[in-house]
Unconditional design. Sequence first.
Length: 252
Amino acid sequence: MTASSALRLRDQVAIVTGASRGIGRAVALALAAEGAKVVVNYANSSQAAEAVVAEIAAMGEMAIALQADVSKSEQVETLIDTVMEKWGRMDVLVNNAGIARDTLLLRMKLEDWQAVIDLNLTGVFLCTKAVSKVMLKQRSGRIINLTSVVGEMGNAGQANYSASKAGVIGFTKTVAKEFAPRGITVNAVAPGFIATDMTAGIKSEDLLKFIPLGRYGQPEEVAGVIRFLAADPAAAYMTGQVINIDGGMVMA
C-alpha cells in the first residue's frame, strides 16, 4: 500500500469551523494529514487562518480559508455555496466554532447569553442544515460537533456556555436519528479543559485536582478523536454518541 492510497480522506472535502487556532487548527491539520481538502473557516482572524492554509500546503495538501460568522444564516449559505463551486462535494463537517462569556447568572447580560447561544448552538444548527442538503443527496457524510463536559455536568459562571453545549448534545442525538437512513453519521466530542486561548486565564491549580490524569489536554488529542470519527472505517457504525476527552473528569 502506498502512502497516498493510505490517506483515508483523499478526494474528500472537510469543513472545520473556527479553524484558525486552538482545537480547530489542530483538527484542520489532522484531516489534511488524511488527504482531505480542508475549508479553514474563520470569523475574524484572516491572518491566522491563512497561516493554517500555509501549513497544510506545506504538507502537500489543499486548503482554503473562508470567512463566515456561522451564527448568521446568509453567511453560512455563502460559505457552503463557495465550497460547492470550488470542490463540488461535502464529506466532513466539524462544528468547532465557539465562544465563552463567563459570569455568574445574576450578573449575566442578555447580550452575553444570546451571543453564546447564537454561535455555539445556532451556528451548529445552521452549518449542519446547510451541509445536509449536499450530504443527503450523496447518501454519505460525517458530522462531528464540539460540545463540552460542562454541557453534561454544568459549571458555575457558565450558564450560557453550559446551556449551549448541552443543546449541542441533544441536537446531535436527534440529527443522528434523522440522518442515519441516508448513511450520514453525527457524533459529538466533549473536551474537558484543553490548553487553548480559551482556558489560558484559568488558574490551573484550581482545576487539576478535579482531573484524574492531573493535566490539561492538548488540542492534538481532541483532533485525534475527531480524525477517527471523520476518517476511520471503524467509526462508520458509530452515530449519536458523545465521546469525552477530559482526563477522566466526567465518569458516568
